[in-house]
Write a protein that binds this ligand. Structure first.
Ligand code: PSV
Ligand code: MN
Ligand code: MN
Length: 389
């Protein structure tokens, strides 16, 4: 541990960080080649919340769950929110889905046909109604819109259509509600994507106003992109709404955050800490799919990975770093950062968990709890929920 670390302050910051887990990570998922069904997977949104409650119980820092509509369709969202509250949880971001309908072949809010655009907009507005019922703060917007072939559609006109839809949604937001615009450089569109990068998302959010912010999904960049620079810049402009955390080796792999490149996660979290993002209203959400590994322990592991990166970022000796930077001492400055990154923070986190009254080893505690066996025995019949179900 770095000598000047203010351990109580680091622990207090870690205690207050909340990581939001996604309802869809608890369900079955796969690639376009095969979905491997797992035993005990939730059949209903309530069962997804039951699993999320286990993640929160064992980590102490995962008190909210993001919903994806219509994957989490229920008749009464206020009732679902009450159910979540009964488990010690709350409902988090509402993720809209305008990408899984035959009508969206050529896009949703950017579609050339006004009828399809209206249908997509109606869905987004319905998501705000759901937020009113659940008390959710954030509407997360990701559009699969784009084109596959040069000349297929007018790229500028599509931006106009996008702006029109975003403005209508923005108008509908209530006090304390926000919209988070997510970008992704390709897939499913392969030539142009209508919100491909942070710059496009930022330009739209800037025009819309302060309730519109950018969300950074860590898997949505070209290889080699310096994501921490984007984070630093968005924070500086007060336009970072949150993260969809996951990790990737190739494209949008949706693997466990911190698994592929823990050093990148540390660099991102350092910019978050440096930019005041830990104490502000940045949403730390996971957006992952656990296709071959058991889901609940994978989600617990992911929450822990975010905590470990955050702890290391908090341990950076900022005074020593500034001194080295001011002196133009390249190697000393780099060494300060690397010292923090190379610190084993697991004992600190184990200690923190004990202080919070939870088991210092969340994954082991989950395995001991018997929950995996219980859901395997009880959740038989019905349709297992999953990505796209
Ligand atoms: C798109 O790739 C995305 O990252 C968006 O956040 C979607 O809502 C989510 O994945 C679905 O898993
Ligand atoms: Mn995402
Ligand atoms: Mn994605």
């Amino acid at each position: 541990m770095t000598s000047r670390a203010d351990v109580p302050a680091v622990k207090a910051a870690l205690r207050s960080q909340a990581v939001e887990t996604p309802s869809w990570a608890y369900g079955n998922s796969g690639t376009r080649f095969k979905v491997f069904a797992q035993p005990g997977v939730p059949r209903t949104p309530r069962e997804k919340l039951d699993d999320a409650a286990r993640v929160h119980e064992h980590t102490g820092v995962a008190p909210s769950v993001a919903l994806h509509i219509p994957w989490d369709r229920v008749d009464d969202y206020a009732d679902l929110a009450a159910y979540a509250a009964g488990l010690g949880l709350r409902l988090g971001a509402i993720n809209s889905n305008v990408f899984q309908d035959d009508d969206y072949r050529l896009g949703s809010v950017c579609h050339p046909d006004a009828r399809v655009r209206r249908k997509a907009l109606d869905h987004l507005l319905a998501c705000v109604d759901i937020m009113d019922a659940t008390g959710s703060r954030d509407l997360k917007l990701w559009f699969s819109d784009g084109t596959n072939y040069p000349g297929q559609d007018d790229v500028r006109a599509r931006q106009d259509r996008l702006a029109e839809a975003l403005a209508a949604v923005y108008e509908r937001l209530g006090d304390g509600q926000r919209m988070l615009l997510e970008y992704k450089f390709f897939e499913p569109a392969f030539y142009t994507t209508d919100v491909p990068d942070w710059g496009t998302a930022y330009a739209h959010c800037l025009k819309l106003g302060e309730k519109a912010k950018v969300v950074v999904d860590t898997g949505h960049h070209a290889p080699g992109t310096n994501i921490e620079f984007i984070v630093a810049l968005l924070l500086r402009e007060d336009k970072l709404g949150g993260f969809d955390f996951n990790s990737r080796f190739y494209a949008d792999d949706d693997l466990m955050v911190g698994a592929a490149d823990p050093f990148q996660l540390f660099r991102i979290m350092y910019e978050v800490v440096r930019g005041g993002g830990l104490t502000g209203d940045v949403a730390f959400m996971l957006d992952q799919c656990h296709n071959i590994e058991p889901k609940i322990p994978a989600i617990i592991r992911s929450v822990m990975n975010v905590q470990e990166a955050t702890a290391k970022a908090l341990l950076v000796d900022r005074e020593a770093l500034t001194a080295a930077q001011d002196a133009g001492d390249v190697l000393a400055a780099n060494a300060v950062l690397m010292d923090a990154y190379n610190t084993d923070v697991r004992p600190l986190l184990a200690e923190l968990r004990e202080e919070m009254g939870i088991d210092p080893d969340p994954v082991a505690a989950y395995h001991r709890s018997g929950w995996a066996q219980k859901i395997t025995d009880e959740r038989v019949g019905g349709t297992q929920a999953g990505w796209g179900a």
